[in-house]
Every structure is written in structure tokens, then in C-alpha cells.
Design a protein around this ligand. Structure first.
Ligand code: DGL
Length: 267
């Protein structure tokens, strides 16, 4: 038993989809969440910038005395896997568990990957999926409009700006039997996506896959345990984050959000 918190981080609200899943799987765990809201979107950063940011974010998490870290971000999981693997605290990203879930998804149609521009550019999900599912058609779609829309509150499936973007990104996926939500933000607009994809198309959430991977790691090491506490760190405006996050989580976190300084990217 180890009651130190699990560290979870992302550029902003997206990782909360992983936090919700962690809570469902392990309500008793303590969690420290970091949303790097002062520097998002990660999906528009260069590889050099992402490397610096990943190292800084991991260090910030380590300073919170966490027992494990969930990198609840497809962009960092796909662009900086070597940093996650070599970090001294056990760290899971969303890439490896997502590929496993996609390979096991029902159907034998095409496999879609929707993710940020930086994730698709890295080719990491596509390569891993090609290896896991040889011969299957793979359709990677960069969706640069989605994170800014979601962070600015355009999350209602009826929102015209969201609908327009989702129609554009789902049009090439009409023959897919499974689509990977390769950016953790996309779970927030899953309902809008669901409406535009074929009825029998499976939606695989990278966030949920990452949460399940962390649970398995902690179980294996006999490290489960805690009292369900939560705290939130953000590098942008804490009130903005608290407002949006409270809606997503379905409970107020206003008194649990603290600001940390924006870390400088010197590349
Ligand atoms: N939610 C993150 C991801 O999974 C980052 C999105 C962004 O900031 O562009 O890729």
C-alpha cells in the first residue's frame, strides 16, 4: 500500500477525461493533476519544444512526490516516448495501451486515428498500429481545430463551430470500424463524434486506455491506496480552469486549484 498521489498531466482540460476514468476505476486514489493551460495547445508545438515541455512537466510532477505518472496527453506520448520510458518514477503514456485496444476492437474495416497535428506528424500511433494490425487500412486525421474549440467551451454537440469541424474530420472515416480518440481532449466531444460516425464504429478513448494502464501498473506493484484526495495545478488562470473543469467533472473544484509559474521553453 502506498498512499502517495498519482500524478496526471496534460496541456489543459483533456487529461480530465483520464482523471474521470481513474476515479471510476480507483475512487480511493489520491491524484495531483497538472494542466499546462498557460502553454497550450501542445499540438501546435515543434518536436524540440515538446521535448523541453515534457521534461519540465515530468519534473513538476516528481516534485509533488507522486508514486506514478499518467501522461494524459497523446501529443507527448507520441512525440517524446524516450523521456517517459527513462523517467525514474514509473510513467505511463496513452500510446501503447491505445494500440492494444484498437487491435482488439471489433470489425475488420479501416482503423481511424484522430489526434493533434503534432501527434499525426510524429507517425507514432500509425506505425505502432500498422505493426499490431498488418494489412488493415489506417486513416490518420490531424484535427487542429478541436483543442482550441474545446478549451474555449465549444463542446455542445449542437454548437455550429464544433459541428463544422467534426464534419470535416469525420468525413474520411465513414468506412472505419474503429476510431482512436488519440487526443485526450476529444472525449469531451465524444457525443458530437458519435453522431457523425457509422453506428457500428467503435470509439477507443486514449484517455481511458491510459487510466487502465496505470491501474494495472499500481496493482502489479502492490501500490494501490489513498483517501480519494485531489489537487489541481495550472500554469494559466486558475479560475478559468476551475470553472470549466467543475462542469466536466460534475463537481466544484474551485478550492483545489493552485497556480504554478509558466515554465520557459528555451530551445
Ligand atoms: N490533450 C492533449 C493530447 O492528448 C494535448 C492537446 C493540445 O494541447 O494540443 O494530445
Amino acid at each position: 500500500m502506498d498512499d502517495r498521489p498519482i500524478g496526471v498531466f496534460d496541456s489543459g482540460l483533456g487529461g480530465l477525461t483520464a482523471l474521470l476514468e481513474l476515479r471510476r476505476l480507483m475512487p480511493e486514489e489520491n491524484i495531483v493533476y497538472f494542466g499546462d493551460t498557460g502553454r497550450l495547445p501542445y499540438g501546435e508545438k515543434t518536436l524540440a519544444q515538446l521535448r523541453v515541455m515534457a521534461a519540465q512537466d515530468l519534473r513538476l510532477m516528481a516534485e509533488q512526490d507522486v508514486k506514478a505518472i499518467l501522461v494524459a496527453c497523446g501529443t507527448l506520448s507520441s512525440n517524446t516516448p524516450e523521456l517517459l520510458e527513462s523517467f525514474p518514477i514509473p510513467t505511463a503514456g496513452v500510446l501503447i495501451p491505445s494500440i492494444r485496444a484498437m487491435a482488439e476492437a471489433p470489425g475488420d474495416g479501416a482503423l481511424g486515428i484522430i489526434a493533434t497535428a503534432a501527434t499525426i506528424r510524429s507517425g507514432a500511433f500509425e506505425r505502432a498500429l500498422r505493426k499490431a494490425c498488418p494489412g488493415r487500412e489506417i486513416i490518420p486525421i490531424p484535427c487542429p481545430k478541436l483543442v482550441p474549440l474545446i478549451e474555449f467551451g465549444h463542446t455542445d454537440p449542437e454548437d455550429p463551430l464544433l459541428q463544422e469541424a467534426l464534419e470535416e474530420y469525420t468525413a474520411p472515416l465513414q468506412k472505419a470500424s474503429a476510431v482512436l480518440l488519440g487526443c485526450t481532449h476529444y472525449g469531451i466531444v465524444a457525443e458530437g463524434l458519435r453522431r457523425l460516425l457509422p453506428e457500428d464504429c467503435a470509439l477507443v478513448s486514449a484517455a481511458a486506455c491510459g487510466a487502465a494502464a496505470i491501474k494495472a501498473q499500481l496493482e502489479q506493484r502492490g501500490q494501490l491506496g489513498g483517501s480519494g484526495e485531489e489537487s489541481f495545478l495550472v500554469s494559466g488562470d486558475p479560475r478559468d480552469f476551475a470553472r470549466s473543469a467543475s462542469v466536466l467533472l460534475g463537481r466544484s473544484i474551485a478550492d483545489k486549484v493552485r497556480r504554478v509559474p509558466i515554465m520557459r521553453i528555451e530551445t
